[in-house]
Design a protein around this ligand. Structure first.
Ligand SMILES: [Cu+2]
Length: 299
């Protein structure tokens, strides 16, 4: 056990939040956690140490009587103010560090080009924005038992957007703003190295952000018991160079468009077959048929 505790690799991030190589908000969470842990450890070992020392030194069979300090006004005022002082320091440190955790920075100049984020009108949660208001705004949708990601595009139609399940591909050096929703029951989005948890609750939109500087892969899991396969509800964020991301996005878009087109054609064909010979409109519309044939030829 001792060897295990001392092996830095094995015990890294065991007592403190996961950090290193992810997003700066998770670094700030880690720093704040360690500061508070240090103060708490000093208080804990101070109080418990005095207690154990007194219990041993003044135990009954030694017949020793310690100094009787009950009713010592100066001492009592002292440790009341001391405790209050510790709380004030912790509160101040927390509020000083909170903006770095909640508020996203701008993307780097060589990051993926981003748009101004459109405000979500019915947002009831704190909706942080980078100073220039621009970020890659991806929608995360919790579903039993998988995460769906929808990428933004230029038009208003959300049905033709690029989407992916489980693995979220993102560009490095770019501020990623997540709009978090749930489709069925409450889930919770959490990639420990990329910031804090964000609840995904039906009928409520939540927000979080992260920004990854170097390519890498970050694992997380749904952090809210959401049903039978909750434990299988993984999420992986894969950060790639902006150029690589651009290519991935374009390929995915082509793939989705081709599949949409194929599905439309299949439905049209099925409708035709259902109508059978009874419908005379089939022959009366040769333009549509030749268009479909041309489209099929392209595919
Ligand atoms: Cu879940």
């Amino acid at each position: 056990m001792g060897a295990l505790v001392l092996a830095t690799g094995a015990s890294a991030d065991f007592w403190t939040p996961e950090s290193g190589g992810g997003s700066e908000n998770s670094e700030n969470i880690d720093t704040l956690y360690k500061l508070i842990l240090a103060v708490a450890a000093i208080v804990f070992f101070g109080v418990e140490g005095a207690l154990v020392y007194s219990m041993v030194k003044f135990r009954a069979r030694k017949n020793a009587v310690p100094a009787q300090i009950r009713g010592n006004t100066r001492l009592e005022i002292g440790w009341t103010l001391g405790a209050a002082g510790v709380l004030v320091v912790l509160a101040v440190v927390t509020f000083v560090m909170l903006p770095g955790i909640r508020n996203p920075p701008n993307s780097d100049p060589d990051g993926f080009p981003t748009q101004r984020i459109v405000n979500v009108q019915n947002a009831s949660a704190y909706q942080p924005r980078p100073p220039n208001g621009r970020a890659l705004n991806i929608e995360v949708n919790g579903q039993r038992f998988i995460w769906r990601y929808t990428y933004p595009d230029a038009d208003q139609n959300v049905l033709n957007n690029v989407f992916n399940y489980e693995t979220l591909i993102i560009p490095t050096k770019t501020t990623i703003a997540l709009t978090i929703k749930a489709q069925d029951v409450a889930h919770s989005w959490w990639i420990p190295k990329l910031g804090g948890k964000a609840d995904a609750v039906p009928g409520h939109t939540n927000f979080t952000w992260f920004k990854v500087d170097k390519p890498g892969s970050f694992r997380g899991q749904c952090a809210e018991l959401c049903g039978r396969n909750h434990a299988d509800m993984y999420a992986t964020v894969v950060a790639v160079e902006p150029d690589q991301f651009k290519r991935w996005l374009a390929n995915k878009k082509r793939e989705i468009d081709a599949n949409n087109k194929a599905a439309q054609q299949r439905r049209a064909k099925e409708a035709e077959e259902l109508a059978g010979g009874e419908s005379p409109t089939e022959d009366a519309n040769p333009v549509e048929e030749s268009e479909a044939a041309a489209a099929q030829g392209e595919g």
